[in-house]
Design a protein around this ligand. Structure first.
Ligand code: ADP
Length: 244
């Protein structure tokens, strides 16, 4: 158990949430004009932007794949996104997060339609409060759809964990820091496929099952919000064009 009390007497967490509650979410589609697709995603105090460029010709040419497009993902934390200013540039953590985020999204992208091309995904963390990799994956998934990239489904992601002996959804910073377990999960809700599962900490098998169920329920709720944001954007632009 942690030194700091993370669950109050009334069963609520430090920010007043119940164990199975998500932080407030805000999604805006198409926030960047120059990108082919983009999305702004807020998850509590996390603020992230995803930009998608492509499919476009991949350079250098010797790196092209004649059978499919290459999917590239860069996760970056702005120096001002954390409490103490962070040294700019890539580090071990951002290289790892970029890799697992790409792997979380690749299974839904129909890359075979675009041989020799590149699909570039950039995620910038403007403000962070734990859960940035999951916020980045959610934003990137919407940005890919906004770019018109053919996909088998949207990917939704959320972290679950164990704090003060309880399994909770969507860890904030204090819970991530002082909790007993942190497990980010990404899934394709339409096909029930998990595309990312990482775990830091120790739990029993029963706790793991409960945590996974909670993560799946959280992903389903996020999926509905992603879908709604995309539908709203596209019904708006159709109305502007004078269409249906
Ligand atoms: P995630 O953001 O996906 O939960 P981590 O568990 O690695 O990934 O990080 C948890 C939180 O710790 C981040 O959201 C951020 O608020 C903070 N953090 C991560 N890296 C740094 C850093 N280099 N400096 C300060 N804070 C950081």
């Amino acid at each position: 158990m942690s030194e700091i009390k993370l669950i109050r007497e009334d069963g609520r967490r430090l920010d007043g949430r119940l164990p199975e509650e998500l932080r407030p979410i805000k999604i805006e589609v198409g926030v960047l004009k120059r990108a082919d697709g983009s999305c702004y995603f807020e998850l509590g105090r996390n603020k992230v932007v995803a930009a998608v460029y492509g499919p476009r010709e991949l350079h250098p040419r010797h790196a092209q794949d004649a059978r499919r497009a290459a999917v590239r993902f860069r996760y970056n934390m702005a120096p001002f996104s954390v409490e103490e200013r962070r040294r700019p540039g890539p580090d071990r953590r951002s290289v790892e997060i970029s890799k697992v985020s790409r792997e979380a999204l690749e299974p839904v992208i129909i890359a075979e339609y675009y041989p020799r091309a590149a699909i570039d995904i950039f995620v910038e963390i403007l403000e962070s409060d734990a859960g940035t990799r999951t916020a980045g994956i959610n934003a990137a998934s919407v940005a890919l759809a906004d770019a018109g990239i053919p996909m088998k489904g949207l990917v939704s992601a959320v972290a679950v964990g164990k704090v003060d002996g309880q399994i909770v959804l969507d860890l904030m910073s204090e819970e991530d820091q002082y909790g007993e377990m942190d497990m980010p999960v990404a899934m394709v809700t339409r096909t029930n496929t998990i595309t990312l599962l990482q775990m830091d900490g120790r739990v029993t098998m029963e706790e793991f099952d409960r945590a996974l169920d909670l993560a799946i329920a959280g992903c389903r709720r996020i999926y509905e919000l992603q879908r709604k944001a995309l539908i709203e954007k596209y019904s708006e632009s159709r109305a502007e064009e004078g269409g249906v």
